[in-house]
Design a protein around this ligand. Structure first.
Ligand code: AMP
Ligand code: ZN
Length: 468
């Protein structure tokens, strides 16, 4: 298996630190709003990497954080007049719903920055003790980039060039010894969440969170660290500086970065305002279509979002699902008895599509080519599997198709729909829970229904519901 490593700028053979195991960390979103489809790209891409590794027999420990303390969360909380934890809790829940809709598996662990403060205090103290960090007059703790000789190795930047291009300190940074130094801990401001520390009451900088969560859940050395390409510098560069200075070991063997999802050939981002949320897309398409669209390009190529491409993804997906339906039908309604010799030969021949699929995935997860292999298999199945074949033959082809699409996270068989009566029973249970003031239970039932595509509306005449 070859992976393009941002650190070496080459495709390298994947050799895990521990045989048969993969330790993988993916930087997750800052939760102050619904996620947009740009944020969905790393989720879908690295979930597919994980699925392929699992298919190959690796045990994958997959950690992805939620950044739940941040300026943007605090700003939103002030706007709404609520606690910032209310904002982050709300958008973590919403994010998890979007992930489920896109068939992104939950991580082995989804740590929250606010629950990891003791680990951050420890790591910052170690960095101070080792001479890699210093405390300014107001209690801010900075990492000293010049104390870490490899600074710049991931982004391939030279420290002296960065220093000269950023030689002027901006307001508020005048306590720094070097303009490139970055914050590990900062003092609280009025109305902000804060924690006690030996340096001042305050909160952590963004970069230290990931170093600490990765260390806690995966260890000092990990196999893969991943995220969008905008994270290479400064976020991942700073993570390397913190982790390697603290632990004295190579932080991650492989660094993977997805390219941007663009719109009108510009990066889709909240600050530019040119974005669609995953929820916007869910109103128009099954989120499987979004997943399929994302995987139709290689993850290191820019991808432009356009309606025409979504429509193309929709009809491509339909072709696969229709072929699967036909195979499923024939695997119960076909002829009973053993496969014919000709069928055995065809089934053997169909293995070449699995080989083609794997070859594409082994080459730095080329999902675009892997999808071509799936289409070749679909064509083969449509040609060779018609009325009159044995159940066993159809089932054999279905199994191959289902295995390959499952690696891509594409669902072939729609979940069984809830019957109207069952919906009514659940709504009644929710109403009873609300009467008993068990709002947590009521919310849980509502979310469960939502997951199954049932939307509730509380009206004066009672609860109304519809299928999404
Ligand atoms: P953020 O919440 O901004 O920290 O982003 C969470 C993840 O989404 C990071 O890995 C980003 O690199 C990634 N990301 C943000 N915008 C885009 C985009 N337009 N295309 C691809 N990835 C993105
Ligand atoms: Zn991170």
């Amino acid at each position: 298996m070859k992976i393009y490593n941002t650190m070496t700028k080459r495709k390298e053979d994947f050799v895990p630190i521990e045989e048969g195991k993969v330790r993988m960390y993916v930087c997750g979103p800052t939760v102050y709003n619904l996620i947009h489809i740009g944020n969905a790209r790393p989720m879908i891409v690295f979930d597919t990497v994980r699925r392929y590794m699992e298919y190959k027999g690796y045990e994958v420990n997959f950690v992805s954080n939620f950044t739940d303390v941040d300026d943007k969360i605090i700003k939103k909380a002030l706007e709404e007049g609520v606690d910032s934890s209310e904002i982050s809790t709300r958008y973590i829940e919403e994010c998890k719903k979007d992930m489920a809709g896109m068939n992104v598996k939950p991580a082995t662990t989804h740590p929250l920055a606010t629950k990891e403060i003791p680990g951050m205090l420890d790591m910052i103290q170690t960095l101070i003790d080792k001479g890699n960090a210093y405390v300014a007059k107001d209690g801010t703790v900075y990492f000293s980039v010049s104390s870490f000789k490899d600074y710049g190795k991931l982004s391939h930047k030279k420290l002296d060039e960065m220093q000269s291009s950023r030689s002027l300190l901006v307001t508020g940074e005048d306590q720094k010894k070097d303009p490139m130094d970055f914050v590990l801990w900062k003092p609280k401001k009025d109305g902000e969440p804060y924690w006690e520390s030996p340096w001042c009451d305050g909160r952590p900088g963004w970069h230290i969170e990931c170093s600490v969560m990765s260390k806690r859940y995966l260890g000092d050395e990990i196999d893969i660290h991943a995220g969008g390409e905008d994270l290479v510098f400064p976020h991942h560069e700073n993570e390397i500086a913190q982790s390697e200075a603290c632990n004295g070991k190579t932080f991650s063997k492989y660094w993977m970065h997805n390219a941007f999802l663009n719109i009108d050939n510009k990066k889709m981002s909240k600050s530019l305002g040119n974005f669609f949320t995953v929820r916007d897309i869910a109103e128009r398409y099954d989120l499987q279509v979004l997943r399929f669209f994302m995987l139709s390009a290689h993850y290191r190529s820019g991808l432009n979002f356009a309606d025409t491409l979504m429509e193309a993804a929709k009809s491509s997906l339909e072709r696969i699902v229709n072929a699967a339906q036909n195979l499923r039908h024939l695997s119960t309604e076909g002829l009973s008895g053993e496969m014919t010799a000709a069928e055995k030969e065809l089934l053997e021949e169909s293995k070449k599509y699995t080989a083609q699929f794997e070859a594409a995935m082994e080459d730095d997860f080329n999902t675009a080519d892997a999808i071509s292999a799936v289409f070749d298999l679909v064509r083969f199945a449509n040609t060779n599997c018609r009325e009159g074949v044995t159940c066993e033959f159809a089932a054999g082809l279905y199994k191959t198709l289902a295995t390959l699409t499952d690696i891509l996270g594409i669902i072939l068989e729609k979940k069984e729909e809830l019957l109207d009566d069952e919906v009514e029973v659940m709504i009644q249970a929710r109403t009873d829970a609300r009467k008993a003031k068990d709002f947590a239970k009521a919310d849980e039932i509502r979310n469960k229904l939502l997951d199954m595509g049932i939307v509730l509306e509380d009206t004066r005449e009672g609860v109304k519901w519809k299928r999404a």
